[in-house]
Design a protein around this ligand. Structure first.
Ligand SMILES: [Cu+2]
Length: 230
């Protein structure tokens, strides 16, 4: 099936890249960019990452953040996007618990510590076009911090993977950021499976090297571990 080939071609010519500088918690956005969210290397250029095995795939950060945001377990979160998220592709969220003895304001998030709490799948609209949750919005899709997530300090990682050029190797574009958060009122869950960044993704993963024009929406395979929903 050939979905939305014309749309793909149109989107490929648009230079619309984006960053996620403000975390939104239960509908309330941070009042300034890069407050509890670590400033990313593309804060000015807005360029995505094309190599999913580079260290930058973890947080793409140029600096740690000064603040820590409090997020109740069960809260709804999303991010403000600096530009319209016009490219097709999934949005995913991950959490990593800060190890004992480390600080959320300086920990680098290395190791097999990340668990996924949200992914998105495409659907077909009334015009038989493949569409993605959150596509063309100026904010990322909502996710819920699982109620069973243990209380404590975490890095929260948001990512949108732009797949409009992903039929070529190393042409998927990763837009992401990490926020420093404290989860309160959490549960006693055991988040799993855990993955490392880099490590969770390969350039040849079927959700990264993919021609969206030649797959059924339901056949898309988001990269990375399964979602832990608490
Ligand atoms: Cu773009």
């Amino acid at each position: 099936m050939l979905f939305f080939t014309a749309l793909l071609l149109a989107a490929a010519t648009v230079q619309a890249h984006y960053t996620f500088p403000r975390l939104v918690i239960n509908g309330v956005a941070e009042t300034k960019d890069w407050t509890a969210t670590r400033r990313t290397k593309n804060a000015d250029t807005k360029q995505g990452i094309e190599n999913p095995t580079a260290t930058d795939i973890r947080c793409y950060q140029s600096a740690n953040a000064g603040a820590i945001s409090t997020v109740p377990a069960g809260a709804t979160i999303n991010y403000i996007s600096t530009q319209q998220i016009n490219h097709p592709g999934p949005t995913q969220y991950y959490l990593a618990k800060v190890p004992a003895g480390a600080s959320v304001t300086s920990w680098d998030g290395s190791g097999a510590v990340w668990f996924k709490i949200k992914t998105t799948m495409p659907t077909v609209d009334s015009n038989k076009q493949m569409t993605w949750p959150g596509q063309n919005e100026y904010k990322t899709v909502n996710a819920t911090i699982p109620a069973g997530t243990p209380s404590g300090d975490y890095l929260l990682r948001v990512e949108h993977i732009a797949l409009h050029l992903a039929m070529q190797a190393n042409k998927a574009q990763f837009y992401l950021a990490c926020s420093q958060i404290t989860i309160t009122g959490g549960g006693s869950g055991s988040p799993a499976p855990l993955a490392a960044f880099p490590g969770a993704y390969k350039s040849t993963d079927p959700g990264i090297l993919v021609n969206l024009g030649s797959i059924q929406p339901s056949a898309y395979q988001p990269p990375g571990p399964a979602v832990w929903s608490g």
